[in-house]
Design a protein around this ligand. Structure first.
Ligand SMILES: [Zn+2]
Length: 111
């Protein structure tokens, strides 16, 4: 037996009466036992959003809402070695900061 004639979603059982509730998403009337708590990830825990949804409207909690924990960087290796091109650049004068190619030093000389 249904109530309100046009709504087949809510059932009436005279031997086991059950309350009715409205789905917060679609607005149809259901038995309250057919509605599910809509959950979402807040941090790493599931929390109820306060919505009661029917089964077709229910969304599975989205896994990517969970925080991503990145492990710390690895500890440095000792002794570390500088890249070979740093020594080459320092020896050839390319990239080395001399008063001739240092723009800050050139600006200071202009004053
Ligand atoms: Zn619904």
């Amino acid at each position: 037996m249904t109530i309100m004639g046009s709504n087949p979603r809510a059932r009436v059982n005279t031997n086991h009466p059950e309350a009715f509730a409205i789905c917060d998403r679609c607005g149809f009337l259901y038995n309250i036992g057919d509605l599910r708590r809509q959950m979402e990830y807040r941090g790493n825990n599931l929390l109820w959003t306060g919505y009661l949804n029917c089964t077709p409207c229910f969304d599975q909690p989205f896994q990517l809402d969970r925080p991503i924990f990145i492990p710390p960087d690895p500890s440095p290796q000792i002794p570390s070695r500088p890249p070979f091109w740093q020594q080459e650049m320092a020896g050839s004068g390319i990239g080395a900061q001399t008063p001739q190619n240092n723009p800050i030093a050139l600006l200071a000389e202009d004053d």
